[in-house]
Write a protein that binds this ligand. Structure first.
Ligand SMILES: Cc1cc2nc3c(=O)[nH]c(=O)nc-3n(C[C@H](O)[C@H](O)[C@H](O)COP(=O)(O)OP(=O)(O)OC[C@H]3O[C@@H](n4cnc5c(N)ncnc54)[C@H](O)[C@@H]3O)c2cc1C
Length: 396
């Protein structure tokens, strides 16, 4: 006689314990919703490869301790394809590591009453009337497990697999993936003082004629130096591209200093956001929803905020609220960023024109930091004038 598989029940099931899943779990649990998180890694945050640059006020916005901050970075320095540097006036950013960020969010989710099951690999979610049947693999025992949930939040990051023919699918998803490689550089002596106060971004054409975005983000005990290319690129090619970048960067930031390296690679998403975010009682958030700024690769704030919106929707029992909040908050800006990045990368010389304009127009830089596109009439007029001016310079 065959026994039916045991099925657990929960209210809110979250897949992935990055910033999106962790904040969703914490805030849903705080709102009194029974919450279970499935995380495939054995330790929350330990395997995340990321530069972990955080925007101003991140800890305050998400109720996290300041102790996770490594460096305050009042300067953001953009570099064009010639290597010319442009320092922009924006609010002071911060850096951390994902071990600390995700680990701290995960602990606060547990403290709030959410259950986080690590080494648990999500496999599928199937609608069964008003509930969702979720299957996952317990990676410790190899067993297949089933959970029935009233609502599901998918937050697996760039590794999410959603069939393009699925209602949440997005045929352009794979074209938006960016392969990244990063060194954690442990120096024997500290780098120059300004290195620890600056987020550096570099936009250039790499050795094989491909557009490259590279960064130097300072941490307490190391520098995160990495790059991304919007194509599927083998690790060996990425590494030699990164070595070339290091050759240019090291003498400037840490001259005559010995160092050791830890290498890490990951996928980033740099396309437009996913058109649909909910299907019945399943919703998708964070990078899995494409909530990443295509011009910088930043998505931690967007991920955490989408987790907050998902929790609010779970508490109120209305996932349509989730889609409305995410779209009204992020879609205008993220779609514009994607369009802008596509335009700049088509002729990489345009980065220079763009950065020159940002340096000359602090008001434009400030407006571009806005979360939502709820500008006044005067601000819209100003923005259109700036776009027109940039367009004329870029096309001539
Ligand atoms: C190299 C690099 C540098 C970056 N630098 C920055 C930066 O400086 N600032 C910034 O704001 N953003 C940065 N980003 C983007 C940022 O990492 C993402 O936007 C952010 O991590 C998205 O959070 P998330 O919770 O949506 O997904 P993730 O952080 O990717 O978390 C997804 C979680 O889901 C888990 N998971 C995946 N599949 C499964 C499964 N099948 N079952 C169970 N669990 C699963 C993963 O283990 C992971 O813990 C960078 C990205 C990369 C790749």
């Amino acid at each position: 006689m065959q026994h039916a598989a045991h099925i657990e029940d929960t209210d809110f099931l979250v897949v992935g314990c990055g910033p999106a899943g962790g904040i969703a779990a914490r805030e849903a649990a705080r709102g009194g919703v029974e919450t279970l998180v499935l995380e495939r890694d054995p330790v929350v945050g330990a395997k995340r490869v990321c530069a972990a640059g955080l925007r101003a006020g991140f800890c305050e916005t998400f109720d996290l301790p300041r102790s996770i901050i490594h460096c305050d970075t009042p300067v953001i320095a953009m570099h064009d394809i010639e290597g010319t540097r442009y320092e922009l006036q924006i609010a002071c950013g911060h850096t951390s590591t994902r071990e600390e960020l995700d680990g701290t969010i995960g602990r606060s989710a547990r403290d709030a009453g959410a259950e986080i099951r690590t080494s648990s690999l999500f496999r599928s979610a199937k609608s069964e009337g008003q509930t969702i049947l979720v299957e996952y693999a317990d990676l410790m025992s190899g067993a297949r497990r089933l959970v029935r949930a009233r609502r599901v939040f998918l937050a697996q990051g760039s590794s999410v697999r959603i069939d393009p023919s699925d209602s949440l699918g997005y045929p352009a998803w794979n074209a938006g993936l960016v392969t990244c490689y990063q060194y954690r550089v442990y120096l024997e002596r500290p780098a120059t003082a300004s290195t620890y106060q600056t987020l550096e971004m570099h936009y250039y054409v790499g050795t094989k004629g491909r557009n490259v975005i590279a960064w130097v983000f300072p941490k307490r005990d190391h520098l995160a130096i990495g790059l991304g290319i919007a194509a599927k690129v083998p690790g060996s090619e990425l590494r030699s591209e990164l070595d070339a970048f290091m050759c240019n960067t090291a003498p400037r930031l840490f001259p005559n200093t010995a160092y050791t390296l830890r290498e890490e690679g990951n996928l980033l998403y740099g396309g437009a956001p996913r058109p649909r975010l909910i299907d019945g009682n399943v919703c998708v958030g964070g990078t899995a929803a494409g909530l990443v700024d295509a011009t910088t690769g930043e998505g931690i704030h967007e991920a955490a905020m989408s987790g907050r919106f998902a929790a609010e929707a779970a508490v109120r029992g209305d996932l349509h609220l989730y889609e409305r909040l995410v779209k009204s908050t992020f879609y205008g800006r993220l779609r514009q960023r994607y369009t802008l990045m596509t335009f700049l990368e088509r002729k990489p010389g345009r980065f220079r024109l763009f950065f020159e304009q940002l340096v000359r127009e602090p008001r434009l830089t400030a407006l571009l930091q806005h979360e939502r596109n709820d500008f006044s009439f005067g601000e819209w007029m100003y923005l259109y004038m700036q776009v027109l001016r940039f367009g004329l310079r870029a096309w001539t």
